[in-house]
Design a protein around this ligand. Structure first.
Ligand code: NAD
Length: 499
């Protein structure tokens, strides 16, 4: 049965009125399981009206009380973890344990936001001049919006909403059309935790809703995560409309494998980071860079063996290493790229096209794919594939390996595997990429650091979560105060003399 989903506004589900819908699939079966309403401009404006009204009271609530509601929400998410993870898997296709990880990395940021009373403290300088003090305040922006991708339907909305709400803003989430049910469920849990109605709204939609958010003056900040062309255009439009924006885009993450690396450890790390979640992670490793011929030959031989053991299967099957990709269009795109790689002359060692899984004939399956002898001029190297496709590009020495991620258009994440501390230190210092792993394949920073790529992977000057998020979601006011001395002037402290 096809469910009809809704928006979530003012603490309740609200049916769509635009008459436009998009289909939400079960990627394991290929069946449509829900219809999602796509908001019109008028519906978008109504959601902003609601948020603007609610924000005033929320901003006036003291930060510690706001933080308590967020902590209560974390408890509720934990209590409902299994149900949320199953729902997430059913629309995204990632495995159940991986879906739990998606939720977990989201609520870790909300836990960090419990420190809002501390993070929102301003500065104070005593006696900058005679009788003059200066202090600064961090005040909420008002209404802010988050536009998020399909691949982390819990984590990325929470990375944005946690700090925005803790700082006293009302937050409008425009989640991906592909997997909107977890965001809607998180909205219900926020209401249950005591968040006032209208402070967190979910507006479902496509470009029309996003344009409505961008064009309305009351929306003061846009946090976007998704593909680079959209990130770039939303960043430009937000700036043209006088809003602050942080827009994170696509990736092509390299792993450099030095000759002294432990190859078994490397192969484990590569298999998990290239094929986990069917490669649909912005921090997935999609390029392996072995240094030297011997390393490359040994690595490729081991990878070929390990790939044969991988099990692609239904999300809820504990034996599955990874599930289907999110949509038929994603499967088509990835399979097209595999053909492009073949046509460009790369060596196809494992081919994931035409993959089948018993009992699931309609699923969006793509098997693990491995290319060797990839070169920098190939499209499969230059462009983001966003699927379970690993390219091996051989580097003759360390300097050649270092140049690859540094000169690539994208600069999200990168890793080096080595036993040599000197090489690792040099790499971390010189590589032109925002997040670096040393013997760590997917270096997603922990909640109290910040997350953000460089170059075409990120537009804007502040990162997600950590202290940066509180700077992004607040405006600073600086107050200079003088209390003139001599306020007692005119009073006499001397016993008046008699005339
Ligand atoms: P996407 O760009 O298709 O969609 C992202 C969001 O933008 C969705 O909410 C979508 O509805 C909206 N959108 C799409 N087209 C739009 C348009 N023309 N105008 C306005 N809004 C539009 O991305 P996706 O396929 O959902 O996600 C995968 C991409 O996200 C990959 O490129 C991946 O690398 C990237 N990603 C980046 C990060 C990061 O932190 N850098 C994290 C996760 C995912």
């Amino acid at each position: 049965m096809v469910r009809e989903l809704s928006h979530y506004v003012g603490g309740q589900h609200v049916a769509g009125t635009s008459g436009r819908f998009s289909d939400v699939f079960n990627p394991c079966t290929g069946e449509v399981q829900a219809r999602l309403p796509l908001a019109s401009k008028a519906e978008t404006t109504a959601v902003i009206d609601n948020a603007a009204q609610a924000q005033l009271g929320w901003a006036a609530t003291n930060p510690q009380r706001r933080a308590r509601i967020l902590l209560k929400f974390v408890d509720l998410v934990n209590e409902n973890m299994d149900e949320l993870a199953e729902l997430l898997s059913s629309e995204h296709g990632k495995t159940f344990p991986d879906a739990k990880g998606d939720i977990q990395r989201g609520i870790e940021v909300v836990e960090f936001c419990a420190a809002a009373p501390h993070l929102l403290k301003g500065e104070f300088s005593d006696s900058v001049g005679a009788g003059i003090d200066v202090h600064s305040l961090r005040q909420p922006l008002g209404v802010v919006a988050g536009i998020t991708p399909f691949n982390f339907p819990a984590m990325i909305p929470l990375w944005k909403a946690g700090p925005a709400l803790a700082a006293g803003n009302a937050f409008i989430l425009k989640p991906s059309e592909r997997d909107p049910s977890v965001p809607l469920r998180l909205a219900e849990l926020l209401t249950e935790a005591g968040l006032p109605d209208g402070v967190f709204n979910v507006l479902n939609g496509d470009k029309e809703a996003v344009d409505g958010l961008l064009e309305d003056d009351r929306v003061r900040a846009i946090g976007f995560v998704g593909s680079t062309p959209i990130a770039q255009s939303i960043y430009a439009s937000a700036a043209a409309h006088g809003k602050r924006a942080q827009c994170f885009g696509g990736a092509k993450n390299h792993m450099v494998i030095m000759p002294d690396a432990d190859l078994d450890m490397v192969v484990d790390a590569l298999i998990g980071s290239a094929f986990g979640s069917a490669g649909e992670r912005c921090m997935a490793i999609s390029v392996a860079v072995p240094v030297g011929q011997e390393t490359a030959d040994a690595l490729v031989a081991k990878l070929q063996e390990r790939i044969k053991e991988l099990k692609v299967g239904p999300s809820m099957d504990p034996a599955s290493d990874f599930g289907p990709v999110v949509a038929q269009s994603a499967k088509d795109r990835i399979e097209d790229y595999i053909q492009v790689g073949v046509d460009e002359g790369a060596t196809l060692l494992a081919d994931g096209r035409g993959w089948t899984v018993d009992g699931y004939p309609g699923g969006f399956w793509v098997g693990p794919t491995l290319f060797d002898n990839v070169t920098t001029s190939m499209r499969i190297y230059r462009e983001e594939i966003f699927g379970p496709v690993l390219s091996v590009i051989r580097a003759k020495d360390y300097e050649a390996a270092l140049r690859l991620p540094s000169e690539h258009e994208f600069g999200n994440g990168v890793a080096i595997f080595t036993r040599d501390g000197d090489a690792a230190r040099d790499f971390a210092s010189r590589v032109q990429v925002g997040m670096v792993g040393i013997n760590v394949p997917i270096p997603v920073p922990i909640a109290y650091y910040t997350f953000g790529g460089w170059k075409a992977s990120g537009f804007g000057d502040l990162n997600q979560h950590g202290a940066d998020a509180f700077r992004f979601y607040t405006k600073t006011k600086t107050v200079t105060t003088r209390w003139p001395s001599g306020i007692r002037q005119g009073s006499s402290f001397i016993m008046p003399e008699g005339s």
